[in-house]
Ligand binder design. Structure first.
Ligand SMILES: Nc1ncnc2c1ncn2[C@@H]1O[C@H](COP(=O)(O)OP(=O)(O)O)[C@@H](O)[C@H]1O
Ligand code: SF4
Ligand SMILES: [Mg+2]
Length: 363
């Protein structure tokens, strides 16, 4: 069953209060640690076996850092990452090796992630050989099978990445990941660089492979339109934190966090009646710096529903408002009931808006 727990009763991936910071160095030889980019700042999340979890938020909010931290490409400063019941947070390279095969990544720019000097056959086949999943003799046959599975001709094996279109290159990247027979695929904006017409083909491919190969997906995207149909659940991120997690359909029909509401207001809705009634909410200002995030509710400097004192004084925790639907906003119920309307921010505060976030120190 999709989204079911694994046999041992635990999700495939559990992230607990994860923090991943990048140090900001200063001084002539960059020897002074003057601060941190708090790319991921206290994220708890689970990815259930067999599901697709969509992870959405604007550029720079920490999506890729979560994906790469799960793959153990970054060392967390705090928190825990558990993969299939094993705490991998601080495992060394040797212990990680057998687990690495089980988590694969598909990237936004397939060209940058495919070695241009290697044939497609080698790109797909070599990882299988390195991990002992195919012998030299049967590797050619395995590569041809994989090419077939991702919809590429068998003669692609002898050709080179530059001979393929963006969509075909993404298929090569998918075949390479599949060759290792992974449990988890972290797809980091896998269609963001592709033409809209090609996007649907790759999404359909990923979806059909999921059932066939028992895959669990963490699917990262910067807009809500892309993840809608492929996701079982969606987590919305803002500035290093998760602000809402919901079953996918429910997120679109019943968004609860003001940030999600604003993001959705920019997604075209196929129904013209709904479309006419809808108003795009433009968020004021830029994404604040993750080196110095706003206090309490991180969204309070841009939130169209912001209320005095509490939003700026108290950090909202994720609360479950419906089954499987959690939101980190103090006022979600009142906003949903229409008791708080989006407003001109200045009118709400007697006090001036918070200070603009200072620039990062020179690095
Ligand atoms: N390797 C790195 N070193 C320093 N800063 C980084 C690194 N990777 C990401 N960042 C910073 O961390 C923040 C989150 O980045 P990222 O996870 O790539 O966001 P997203 O994928 O949502 O666009 C950004 O401010 C980015 O500049
Ligand atoms: S807690 Fe306040 S500032 Fe934060 S999202 Fe809710 S209403 Fe907006
Ligand atoms: Mg990214």
């Amino acid at each position: 069953m999709k989204g079911a727990l694994s046999a041992n009763g635990v999700p495939l991936v559990e992230i607990d209060e994860l923090k991943v910071y990048f140090p900001i160095k200063s001084g002539l030889v960059l020897d002074r640690h003057v601060g941190d980019i708090r790319a991921v700042d206290g994220v708890s999340l689970e990815i259930r076996r067999g599901e697709t979890l969509g992870l959405v938020g604007e550029s720079g909010c920490g999506k890729s850092t979560i994906g790469r931290a799960i793959m153990r490409l970054y060392e967390p400063v705090e928190g825990r990452i558990v993969f299939d019941g094993v705490d991998v947070t601080h495992l060394g390279e040797r212990e990680l090796r057998p687990l690495r095969r089980r988590m694969q990544m598909v990237f936004q720019d397939p060209y940058a992630s495919l070695n241009p000097r290697h044939s497609v056959g080698r790109i797909i086949g070599e990882p299988m050989r390195v991990h002992g999943l195919a012998t030299r003799r049967d590797i050619g046959g395995r590569v041809r099978e994989l090419l077939n599975v991702v919809g590429l001709p068998a003669d692609a094996a002898a050709r080179y990445p530059h001979e393929f279109s963006g969509g075909q290159r993404q298929r090569i990247g998918v075949a390479r990941a599949l060759g290792l027979n992974p449990d988890l695929v972290v797809a980091d904006e896998p269609v963001s660089a592709l033409d809209v017409s090609i996007q649907a083909q790759i999404l359909n491919l990923l979806e059909s492979l999921q059932a066939e190969f028992d895959l669990t997906y963490l699917f990262i995207a910067h807009d809500l339109a892309v993840v809608r149909h492929i996701s079982d659940r969606i987590a919305v991120m803002y500035l290093g934190t998760i602000v809402e997690v919901s079953p996918a359909d429910e997120l679109y029909s019943r968004p609860l966090h003001p940030y999600t509401i604003a993001l959705l207001s920019a997604v075209p809705i196929p129904d013209p009646k709904v479309e006419r009634r809808r108003e795009a909410i433009l968020l004021p200002g830029d994404l604040p710096s993750p080196a110095n995030p706003p206090k309490a509710c991180r969204f309070h400097t841009r939130c169209p529903f912001v209320q005095p004192t509490r939003c700026r004084d108290e950090t909202p925790r994720l609360r479950e408002l419906a089954s499987g639907h959690t939101v980190a906003c103090h006022w979600a119920e009142k906003i949903e009931a229409g008791e708080i309307q989006p407003h001109e921010r200045e009118a709400v505060f007697q006090a001036p808006l918070p200070e603009p976030v200072p620039e990062l120190p020179p690095t």
